[in-house]
Design a protein around this ligand. Sequence first.
Ligand code: PEP
Length: 256
Amino acid sequence: MMRIPFIAGNWKMNTTVAKAAELVRGMVSGLDKIEGVEKVLCPPFISLTVVRELLKGSSVKLGAQNMHFELKGAYTGEISPLMLADLCEFVILGHSERRWYFGETDEMVNKKVKAALGSGLTPILCVGEGLEENEAGRAEEAISKQINCDLSGIDPSSNIVIAYEPVWAIGTGRAASGKEAVATIKFIRVCLAKLWNEDIAQSLRILYGGSVTSSNIAEFVSQPEIDGTLIGGSSLKTEEFLSIVNQTAEIKCHPV
Ligand code: PEP
């Protein structure tokens, strides 16, 4: 089953509106030329409109970094799926920074996945174990709990991208090895097969995320099990991000 390679850049809480525009202007034509990879940029909320304009006519897609699960109401400071659905196609949900710094629970992430799908957005659902869980040999237990709770009650035919992001690898410069990432991504497919079925498990794209750079991207995308990457820090550097997407296209689309 063909899974189209996927790379998303998560700019997190970086860039002013002007800087976001400058960054997109600097990378859009380079990204547009790279074929065979689905490319998504996820700027801060306030830059979505500007970035959307600048991406018009290109093959690069737009995503948000979070959203509330309610469609509207008295939730000061929050952004609803309906607001996003007008602007972008994707939304990152359950990122570990949301879970750890803002107390997002699996129940909340589950509501968000449901609301995103209900509004026509494709969730990029992040799962991954913390350092303590990893060191205690409880990574699989943590991840299967996240998969089962976050996807509970979701239609198996839903359009979802999953990102395996070990918390200890995010923004730390300490990436997982390709071997470690593959083992966990295989395990995620086992969880999906149990939750839904084997065909769905094989058809969903699963990314690796955590300290990916132009120097280690090949280690991940040369693995058939890994369908692409979710990139934080390196997506803010034009040449670095272009190299990551280029290498992914070369490796995935022209395997030696
Ligand atoms: C992320 O924020 O999803 C991420 C993977 O960050 P970084 O690439 O900076 O580790």
